[in-house]
Design a protein around this ligand. Structure first.
Ligand code: BGC
Length: 391
């Protein structure tokens, strides 16, 4: 029943917006046959320690652009059309490398070796205890002090009908405390239907743990002076992971029913976000939790995880993934101290993240799906962010 409600969310979105803007014109769907998808390389300056960086601009025939730097594999900007065909940047980020190097909370970057938290920065594997860098109170967050978001990746333009960028990085044995040399590959492909496909893969020479994701912050209004509270979101998830006050999952898989965590039907992000009578909202300072996708997690099968709709612009985004969970984070820790692109101050709830992943703290929670990777195995996951315009 609830599944039907979720599936109807897209229809509901288009119906709702039809009512709101009956005379609004749709962007032209005519494709100029002379236009070709492109990928261009330019300079993104140098890191503090003198490493040259590049910026790759992927452009599809429809006109969507995604710029990606090899610093952290970071999505620096991403333009999407509104209902009038106007393309605007819908992600948070910095104008230059110095902004990223000052330390921003993972804007648009690849997160690894382990996305989200590992309790007290410790876990045991094959009888050995490993101690990781702790960078979030007593816990380890998003790969540690120098995670995959702060390293320079190798980048390669791949010859393909769609603009495709391949990034590779070798994370050394014991980097940030993790065992095994891990060879990681992340492939970004911009598809003609305004989808960005991200394919992650990794192999190791010693048993380790891996959980890769992308940490793009979205604001579909295209103006980061707005908060994201009026965006409407549906999550295809009937359970979520409650956390303790340090945001480590308690181990329970809790039903969303009757809680502010129920997004099986589309709801405004802001509708229940300040319900601090709910302990979980209080601990997160809003939403900062992993939701578990409904149904069976069959390896390699893509499922729709989330649909977001922004009523003013008409922009909608769907997230599809092979991962079993999605971290929905509502920018609760943005506090007005970061000046982002174009000098805009990013305040609390200027952006939201939908990070597809395995469950946080899985290395310490035997009942969670495993995040262990052995030398004879290949880690492989895919996530798609697909944009559309509601009529
Ligand atoms: C985490 C938040 C954290 C944010 C930025 C999210 O994935 O769940 O707690 O503040 O990333 O680091």
């Amino acid at each position: 029943m609830k599944n039907i409600l979720f599936l109807s969310a897209l229809t509901a979105l288009s119906l709702a917006s039809c009512k709101q803007n009956p005379e609004q014109k749709q962007p032209s769907q005519i494709v100029d046959l002379n236009k070709q998808p492109t990928i261009e390389k330019s300079s993104f300056g140098k890191t503090k320690d003198g490493q040259s960086l590049d910026l790759y601009t992927l452009k599809n025939v429809a006109g969507m652009t995604v710029t990606i730097t090899n610093y952290g594999g970071t999505i620096v900007s991403w333009t999407a059309p509104d209902r009038n065909g106007k393309y605007e940047d819908i992600t948070l980020g910095c104008d230059s490398i110095s902004g990223y190097e000052k330390g921003v909370p993972y804007f648009g970057s690849i997160v690894g070796r382990y996305g989200n938290r590992i309790a007290k920065g410790k876990f045991s594997l094959e009888g050995k205890t490993y101690t990781l860098a702790t960078n979030n109170g007593a816990n380890h967050l998003h790969g540690g002090i120098k995670g995959f978001d702060k390293v320079v990746w190798n980048a390669m333009i791949v010859e393909s009908p769609q603009p495709t960028l391949k990034l590779t990085y070798v994370s050394k044995d014991m980097e940030e405390g993790y065992p095994g040399n891990l060879s990681v590959e992340v492939i970004y492909t911009l598809l003609k239907d305004n989808s960005l496909k991200i394919e992650y893969s990794a192999t190791t020479d010693k048993t380790t743990v891996v959980n890769l994701t992308n940490h793009a912050y979205f604001n579909l209004t295209g103006d980061m002076n707005n908060t994201i509270l009026d965006h409407e979101i549906a999550l295809n998830c009937d359970k979520f992971l409650p956390v303790d006050k340090t945001l480590i999952p308690t181990g329970e898989l809790k039903s969303v029913e009757g809680t502010p965590f129920d997004f099986l039907t589309s709801q405004k992000i802001g509708a229940r976000i300040n319900d601090t009578l709910n302990e979980q909202i209080k601990f997160g300072g809003g939403y900062d939790h992993a939701w578990i996708l409904k149904g069976q997690n069959t390896e390699g099968a893509m499922r729709s995880a989330a649909i977001v709709y922004e009523p003013k612009s008409g922009r909608a985004m769907e997230v599809l993934t092979t991962e079993p969970a999605i971290q929905f984070y509502t920018g609760n820790f943005l506090d007005g101290t970061i000046k982002g692109k174009g000098g805009v101050i990013y305040k609390k709830r200027s952006g939201f993240c939908l990070e597809t992943e395995h469950y946080p703290d899985s290395p310490n929670q035997s009942k969670f799906p495993t995040t262990t990777l052995k030398p004879n195995q290949t880690y492989s996951t895919t996530t798609i962010y697909r944009f559309s315009v509601a009529k």
